[in-house]
Design a binder for this molecule. Structure first.
Ligand SMILES: Nc1ncnc2c1ncn2[C@@H]1O[C@H](COP(=O)(O)OP(=O)(O)OP(=O)(O)O)[C@@H](O)[C@H]1O
Ligand SMILES: [Mg+2]
Length: 469
């Protein structure tokens, strides 16, 4: 092997930049030790001892690193071949120091949101953003052509970040038609008057007056929306559904139903973008009946959770990432918490964490789930269904649809298939229940491990109430 003079630190820098350009996280300290060992033809044991690592761990981390580098560089990389591959490829590697062209994440990240045409609250920052490209493209297309778009998904799945990313994407886009964005966190606006006050203030209209005619004031707003082409983001709109009753899906906030209808039917050039953990049944119905509404479900990062986990300082060893991603359904917020726990308590060892079989239930996650269980109306049927699945054997992947129906029917002899399916639909729309079907087998109903664990602890009393019923 000829020595082309590429030093170790230069090689590490080159590999780091190559990984960054491919949207992968940069090398962690253990991986730098591995590259040094490969560069200096040192055995794993010696490198581990020198750097204070467990030799077994370093060897396994090496397998993950060589796999990642092989995929990223496009040549088979091992400890033995790394130096040759990098030296042979160094000119090509150096060309990739800049981010990839096209829809460049870092270009978007560089755009400061204060710089956007946003009034109201500040959208969340979206640094180190991963995945959701098809969803972002679909969201952009939807807000440009519809009057109302709803992004619905579990807490932490990335709804607010996606909406924020949309603003950056619109800003760079030639076909953007919005002149202004109003961003509102709905936590302070369960009441429509309070939201309208804020929107009127953002648009510098005459102050909204709750004692005056609502309809006339909303007409004024709609005239402005038709003139000015505004995107209004209502972030965390499940807040509005907190007082829901069986007969009234909006509870005491009925006028939101009316307000959304006005926007959908009368505002032609603006758009209402809603993010929510809870589905809005009336808006789902409006979409099905052909009105200018789109409902988008956000279901997790999928394959993009691999580079995301790498960015969180973990290394994929022995299929650990796949197991982790499956267990936490590629929810970025939960994976971030889990990654911190694995780093802080398991020395970065994903497999040991999985073998400990601890389903992470942090305070913030518990609060998010508690809020979700407190929102919306729970029918006895929905509670019983959740209860049956929560008490399944932990190792089981769920129960067949027909078996769940049979169990429920024993308790409730007049249960109809129609009501059973309606309960499944609503629980799935709330991201609380999962339907899985492979090509040949029956439809399987199951709970995500975190939901199951939460229900077994049952701090919200959902199951207890059901048992008492
Ligand atoms: N695509 C992504 N890439 C990287 N990190 C992400 C991504 N999406 C979300 N995250 C991370 O997950 C966290 C939660 O995301 P976000 O606040 O958008 O979730 P949410 O669905 O709006 O949750 P909630 O229902 O609680 O409001 C973010 O702070 C961010 O750290
Ligand atoms: Mg949010």
């Amino acid at each position: 092997m000829t020595d082309n003079g590429l030093g170790l630190s230069e090689a590490i820098e080159l590999i780091d930049q190559w990984l960054g350009a491919r949207n992968r996280r940069q090398l962690n300290p253990a991986e730098k030790v591995l590259i040094a060992a490969a560069w200096e033809n040192q055995k794993y044991d010696a490198a581990a001892e020198k750097a204070g690592y467990n030799a077994g761990y370093l060897k396994q981390a090496g397998q993950g690193l060589w796999r990642t580098l092989s995929a990223v560089i496009g040549k088979q990389v091992s400890k033995k071949t790394l130096k040759t591959v990098v030296e042979n490829q160094k000119h090509e590697l150096a060309q990739h120091r800049q981010p990839v062209e096209g829809f460049s994440e870092s270009k978007l990240d560089a755009a400061d949101s204060s710089d956007l045409f946003v009034v109201g609250r500040r959208p969340p920052k979206t640094e180190n953003y991963f995945g959701y490209r098809p969803e972002l493209a679909m969201l952009k297309e939807s807000v440009l052509e519809r009057q109302c778009v709803v992004v619905v998904g579990q807490a932490g799945v990335g709804k607010s970040c996606l909406a924020s990313k949309l603003l950056e994407s619109l800003k760079l886009s030639a076909d953007n038609r919005f002149e202004k964005v109003i961003w509102q966190f709905m936590s302070g606006h369960a009441n429509l008057d309070s939201l309208l006050e804020e929107i009127f203030r953002c648009l510098k209209l005459d102050p909204y007056d709750p004692s005056k005619d609502l309809s006339a004031q909303v007409t004024t707003l709609i005239e402005v929306l038709n003139k000015e082409k505004i995107l209004i983001v209502l972030d965390g709109a499940e807040e509005v559904l907190k007082g829901t009753t069986k007969d009234n899906p909006y509870g005491e906030h009925e006028n939101y139903h009316w307000f959304f209808k006005q926007i959908i039917e009368r505002s032609y050039s603006s758009c209402l973008l809603i993010t929510t953990r809870e589905p809005f049944q009336d808006l789902a119905f409006a979409e099905v009946s052909g009105q200018s509404v789109r409902i988008m479900e956000l279901n997790g990062l999928g394959q993009d959770a691999y580079p995301f986990l790498e960015s969180q300082g973990l290394t994929d060893i022995d299929d650990g990432f796949r197991l982790l991603i499956h267990r936490y359904r590629s929810n970025p917020f939960i994976l971030k918490l889990v990654a911190a726990r694995i780093r802080n308590y398991f020395g970065g060892d994903v497999i040991t964490f999985i073998q400990c079989d601890s389903i992470l239930m942090s305070e913030s996650l518990q609060q998010a789930l508690a809020a979700q269980f407190r929102t919306g109306v729970w029918t006895d049927l929905e509670k019983q269904l959740m209860q049956i699945l929560a008490h399944q054997d932990e190792a089981s992947e769920g129960l067949p649809f027909s078996e769940v129906f049979k169990i429920l029917k024993q308790e409730q002899s007049d249960l109809s298939m129609h009501d059973f399916i309606a309960a499944i639909d609503i629980l799935c729309a709330r991201s609380l229940l999962e339907r899985n079907q492979n090509e040949t087998g029956p439809l399987i109903l199951s709970l995500q491990p975190v939901i199951r664990k939460y229900l077994l602890k049952d701090p919200s009393g959902v199951i207890q109430e059901s048992l008492a019923a």
